[in-house]
Every structure is written in C-alpha cells, then in structure tokens.
Design a protein around this ligand. Structure first.
Ligand code: ATP
Length: 200
C-alpha cells in the first residue's frame, strides 16, 4: 500500500493544509493518507501543544472533506512528548511504501530533523509549496533537494500546483482580532473554535 503521512500542529487546520493533502493524494497516487497532529512539534513552542485533543478534533472535522482515503491519526498525541517523525515512521513499520508530505519551509531545514538521514531512507519526501516562491527561493530549494539526493540518496519529489498562502498563525491572529476565519478553515472548524472559545 502507498501510505502518505502528513504531520503538523494543525492549530487550526486550514485550506492550505487541505489543498496540499489533496495534491499529495493525487500526485503520489496514495492508497491512504494519515494526517497526524503532533503532540509537541519539535520546531515549535509549547503553547500550541496545550490543546492536543482540540487540534485532533479540528483535524477530524477539516479533513473529513477528503473522504475515506484520508484518516486522522492520534498516534503522536497518544504517544505524548516531542513528536519526532522518525519515531512515527518507525511505528508505522515497513509493510507499506511510505510518503512524507513536507512544506518547502520544512524541507529547507530538513537536516535539523531528528535522525533525518534515516527518515530519507524510510520514505519518499513530497515537497509542497506554501506560497509562490521568488526565483531565488526556487533556486535555493532546487540546490537543497539535489544536495539531499546526492549526499543521502534521498527520494524527493516536488508537488505541482498553486499554493494557498495562509498559515495557522495568521488565522489565530485573525480570531484574536474578532475576524471571520470561516473562508480559511470551513464552517465546522469555525463552529468548533467558537464553541470551545479557542485562540481568544
Ligand atoms: P503555524 O502558523 O502555527 O506555524 P502552519 O500554518 O505552518 O502553522 P502546520 O500545522 O505547522 O501549519 O503545518 C503542517 C505542515 O503543513 C507543514 O509541513 C507545513 O509546511 C504545511 N503547510 C502549512 N501551511 C501550508 C500552506 N498554506 N500550503 C502548503 N503547505 C502548508
């Protein structure tokens, strides 16, 4: 089975995530996509980890739009502690062919990931743009991916298609300012955020 993994904080999940996930499923011909909210994302601060159950619930609401092929997994939230992708890939085992979705921002810093060389051996990395890059950024990404391929034998593919330039940080800021975020997160997640009074 071709199994895709999409990790993140998802605080909250937004249309940028959904659109990358769709591209990932189609272009990597995935049989299944696991969306895995982190307990504590290694690159982020603690504050967002304080609402893991809410992030999990919001991810379930948001990614329901992708149908049966996409499933939200609590593997990292149940494990607790820092959510290292290496541990998650190891837990998923070797029975499936693994694909890992990664934003361009994450790809540029991949060498800071815990046991990244082994991650490269365990899966194909699918890189997705977060915003329209400048030609310099594009060139830098190309250099980086070529380097990873040559130096570590990494399998890296770049997903085609336009990006949706939005971040959870911007959405949290909008909520603080009392702005309507439903165009970015959908009605179900908007209702959830209101009901649980998140991000105020
Ligand atoms: P925050 O603003 O809180 O840092 P975020 O919007 O970056 O959050 P994450 O949950 O950290 O969202 O992202 C999980 C993954 O989704 C990362 O690999 C990230 O690069 C990718 N991603 C986030 N936003 C987008 C987007 N707009 N388009 C494509 N990929 C995205």
């Amino acid at each position: 089975m071709r199994l895709g993994i999409f990790g993140g904080t998802f605080s909250p999940p937004h249309i940028g995530h959904i659109s990358s996930a769709e591209k990932f499923i189609l272009q990597c011909k995935l049989d299944k996509l696991l969306i895995i909210p982190a307990y504590i994302a290694p690159h982020k601060d603690r504050a967002e980890a304080d609402i893991p159950q809410h992030r999990l619930n919001m991810a379930r609401l948001a990614f329901a739009a992708l149908g049966e092929r996409a499933e939200v997994s609590d593997i990292e939230i149940s494990r607790g502690g820092k959510s290292y992708t290496f541990d998650t890939l190891t837990a998923l085992g070797e029975k499936d062919e693994l694909f890992l979705l990664c934003g361009t921002d994450m790809m540029m810093n991949f060498e800071s990931w815990y046991r990244f060389e082994e991650i490269f051996k365990m899966c194909t990395v699918a890189v997705c743009e977060r915003y329209s890059p400048t030609s310099e950024e594009n060139a830098a990404l190309k250099v980086k991916t070529e380097y990873f391929k040559n130096r570590y034998g990494a399998k890296i593919m770049t997903l085609a298609g336009v990006s949706v330039p939005i971040s959870s940080t911007a959405i949290r800021e909008m909520i603080k300012n009392g702005e309507d975020v439903s165009a970015y997160v959908g009605d179900d997640v908007t209702e959830y955020i209101e009901e649980k009074e998140l991000y105020r």
